[in-house]
Design a binder for this molecule. Structure first.
Ligand code: ADP
Length: 171
């Protein structure tokens, strides 16, 4: 059984993430999407909300499941017997950060956790959760960035503070 974990904040999950998930589901027997706490970011959605959104979005993939963890990825991976972490690369700007995380996990895990990088589909290269939050915060259209159910939840979060704008930065 080839198992992999795809960790991230997913705040919220985007079509960029889902593209990586779909491709990973074809490469591995089992893929666990792991919603984690990123101490460098203050989240829009709670972990429970993010897990629910991703569960709905990945329901077409029978070998993909969703979990959450408030700790180190290497500890989760060890607990579950997973040896591969998947990360997405959008541009050179992601590379330095991702390289550091990957090397740290490899060393900290006693060389038990490797990282496999999947490069983004070009049409999602500039799509990120923060771009989605930014567009939505000004009332812009995020329908091409995230699934409809996610777009509705994001819009609800900003409903009270929105001032209508015209932006549509999604692919
Ligand atoms: P984190 O806070 O851990 O960076 P994110 O939810 O922002 O979590 O991203 C999780 C992973 O998905 C990261 O490896 C990130 O590079 C990747 N990713 C994010 N957006 C895209 C995208 N549009 N295309 C491909 N990979 C992406």
């Amino acid at each position: 059984m080839k198992k992999a974990v795809y960790p991230g904040s997913f705040d919220p999950v985007t079509f960029g993430h889902l593209d990586i998930i779909e491709r990973a589901s074809k490469l591995f027997d089992e893929v666990v999407i792991l919603v984690m706490v990123n101490t460098a970011k203050s989240p829009l959605f709670s972990i429970e909300e993010r897990v629910r959104m991703i569960r709905d979005a990945v329901s077409p993939y029978p070998n993909v499941s969703v979990d959450f963890y408030q700790g180190l990825l290497i500890d989760y991976a060890k607990e579950k017997g997973i040896r591969v972490s998947i990360r997405g690369l959008r541009a050179v700007t992601d590379f330095e950060y991702e390289l550091q995380i990957s090397q740290t996990n490899y060393e900290l895990s006693g060389r038990a956790l490797d990282t496999v990088f999947l490069t983004t589909d070009l049409k999602y290269a500039y799509l990120s959760s923060s771009v989605v939050r930014e567009i939505a915060s000004f009332g812009g259209d995020i329908s091409k960035c995230v699934p409809k159910e996610v777009a509705d939840l994001v819009k609800n979060k900003f409903e009270k503070t929105v001032s209508k704008g015209q932006s549509n930065g999604c692919p």
